[in-house]
Design a protein around this ligand. Sequence first.
Ligand SMILES: *Cc1c(COP(=O)(O)O)cnc(C)c1O
Length: 419
Amino acid sequence: MQMTSSLDYAKEADKNDPLASYRSQFYMPPGKTRAEQLYFTGNSLGLQPKSVESYIQQELDDWKKYGVEGHFHGKNPWFSYHHFFDKEAKIVGGKKEEVVVMNNLTVNLHLLLVSFYGPTKSRYKIIMEAGAFPSDMYVIESQVKHHGYAYDDAVIELHPREGEHHLRTEDIVQAINDTGDELALLFFSGVQYYTGQAFDIKTLTAAAHDVGAIAGFDCAHAAGNVKMELHDWDVDFAAWCTYKYLNSSPGGVSGIFVHEKHGNNSETPRFAGWWGHKESERFQMKKGYIPEPGAAGWQLSNAPVLAMAAHKASLDMFDEVGMDALVEKGGRLNAFLEQVVKDAQLSNTKLEFEIITPEERGCQLSMLTNENGKALFDFLTENDVIADWREPNVIRLAPVPMYNSFMDIWEFGELLRKF
Ligand SMILES: *Cc1c(COP(=O)(O)O)cnc(C)c1O
C-alpha cells in the first residue's frame, strides 16, 4: 500500500505490522485526555517492559533466600552476572568479548578516554561535533584540562556549513585530514541527539585511522535505534546508555565496546578494579592486576544487579525481535511521521517549523521551531503528547518501533491540525 498520511494507511500498516504485539508488553503511560499518552520520547527514556518486575523480583528473591551465597547459588549467579549480557553485542555489531555492561555512560566515557586518549606533545587534538550532548562536552573539556591542554587548542568542534543543520561526512573527513598527525582522537556521537543525524561511523573511523588517530563513538542515541557493525567498521571504542531506545530503567546501566585488538592486549592502559581482574582468580585477592581479556577487563566494580536485571528483561526482548526488524519498522514509522507532519503543515499555516533531521537517521525527527514553538509544545503536552523540548527551540519526536504504532502518529497529525 502506497504510503499516505491517511487514517486508512495507518490502520493497514498497524494490521500488517509484525511487531504490533510488542506494544502490549509495555506499560503505556495513561493520559488525561485519552486512555494512553502518545509517547514519542523513547529516545530519552524508554517505557517499562512489563517483564521488568519479575526479573528484578528474581534477584530480590535470591538475595532474600541466599544472602551472599547468591553470588554462586542464585538462579542467575551474581559472580558472573555480566555474562548474561552477551547478547548486548548483537545490538551494536560487536563480538561478545568486545562488549560489557557496567557503570553509567558518562563514567564509562571517562574510563575509555583513560585508555584511548593518551595525548603526546605532537598528537593531542580531538575532533568532535559542535553542540554535542552536554555530558560529552564536559567529559572532553575536563579530559583535555586534566592532561594540561587549553580547550581551544586541543579541541576542534565541527559546525555545519552556513545555512545547513547537519554535518556533511566529506567535511568531517576533510577536517580529519587537515588535522593529520596532530589528531589523537575522533570522538563523535553515533546519532546526534539534537538533530537526529546518524553519522557515517564506518567512513569516519577509516578516515581517523588513515591519519593514525583513534576513533571512538558515544552511541547513546544509536544503540537499539540504528544498525551498527562496530567490529567490522574497526571502531576502537564506544559506549552507550541503556535507558533510551533500550528501555532499561531511569539511570540504568551502560554498555561499552572495546575492539578486540585493544581488548585482548593486556598492555592497553586502563584504570583497574577487582571485577575486571582475570575472572578465575578474582576472589583470590592477590596483588597485581591481570585483566580479563576483552571488554570485561574494563570492569571495576561488582555488577549492580538490580539495575542490570531491568536491562536483562529488555535485552531478552530485543534479542527476540532483532535489530533488523526494528530498523525496518522504525524507518517506516519515521517516514510516516514525516509525511503526517508535512501534510499537517499544508493545512495549518500556524505550524511554522522546519524538520532538520536528515535522511541519514534512526527513529527521530527534530522540528526547528520559531517564536510560537513553545506554544506548540505546550499545546501538545496539554493534549497528552509526550515529546521533548530541547533548548533553544527544537521539538524532538521519536516514534520507536518496539511500542509505537502508526495510529499514534496519525492521531498526532490530527492534533497538529488543531493547533
Ligand atoms: C543520554 C546521553 C548521556 C547521558 O549520560 P549518563 O551518564 O547516562 O547520564 C550522555 N551522552 C549522550 C550523547 C547522551 O545521549
